[in-house]
Design a protein around this ligand. Structure first.
Ligand code: C5P
Length: 229
């Protein structure tokens, strides 16, 4: 299975002036934890990290340090996540029929989750890891007035990995460019093109490290997982 890791964002919401994936959690850069999960996955055999060239030297050092046995390629990122994934899809080897896309910022996803997604993609051309929402969600207008309260039983919080048939996802991205769709995940493009996307049960701990609070939570989860004090 081919894995693309979007890792070309900035650290704006982290209050950092560098790529947040280079910040450390439990003595390793965030991206290193994501790579270790990919390395431990049974099915992933190729890893593409989509990132900005300014970070490539640091990424290369991290990859060398981890001594990964799987091939890793660096692919140039875009100005949005959508553009970054588009670039990643163009850089996939011609043999790639299916792909998992997993945000570098979700460094707590377990190898088991990656593997469950890799297995499920054989039965569905589009899938995402997701968890049922616990909060009641409100739709709010620009004046802060609630417009509606969707039925919570139908709401799921989207995570990554997201898995797709490569040919179809490339088509959906091309259509997204033609129609100037702006989306925050790849499933949204698949949905807009009328293709079915299936849910795979995600993990509550699979958070996207976005703010300094998330870093502290990630640190705590990793320490607990590794059986440390
Ligand atoms: O900004 P956000 O946290 O939603 O980004 C999700 C993932 O997409 C992160 O892993 C980030 O590095 C990546 N990204 C990207 N290219 C961009 C913006 C974000 O690969 N231009």
């Amino acid at each position: 299975m081919y894995l693309l890791i979007p890792a070309a964002g900035s650290g704006r919401r982290m209050g950092s002036n560098r790529n947040k994936l280079l910040l450390e959690v439990r003595s390793r850069p965030i991206i290193a934890w994501t790579l270790l999960a990919a390395q431990a996955s049974r099915y992933i055999s190729w890893i593409g990290i989509i990132s900005q060239p300014i970070d490539w030297q640091e990424f290369q050092e991290i990859i060398a340090d981890l001594q990964l046995s799987k091939p890793v390629e660096l692919i140039k990122g875009g100005s949005t996540r959508q553009e970054s994934v588009y670039n990643g899809l163009q850089a996939l080897p011609a043999t790639a029929e299916q792909v998992l896309i997993h945000d570098g910022a979700r460094c707590l996803a377990t190898p088991n989750l990656l593997d469950r997604c890799a297995e499920a993609i054989h039965n569905s051309p589009g899938l995402i890891a997701a968890v049922p929402v616990k909060d009641t969600i409100k739709v709010v207008d620009e004046n802060g007035i609630i417009q509606s309260t969707p039925d919570r039983r139908q709401l799921w919080a989207a995570q990554t990995p997201q898995g797709f048939d490569v040919k179809l996802l490339k088509q959906c991205h091309a259509e997204g460019i033609r129609q100037a769709w702006e989306v925050t995940d790849d499933a949204a493009l698949f949905e807009k093109c009328g293709y079915q996307v299936r849910i795979v049960e995600g993990e509550e701990t699979n958070l996207k490290v976005t703010t300094p609070q998330d870093l502290a939570i990630a640190e705590f989860i990793l320490r607990t997982r590794l059986g440390e004090e």
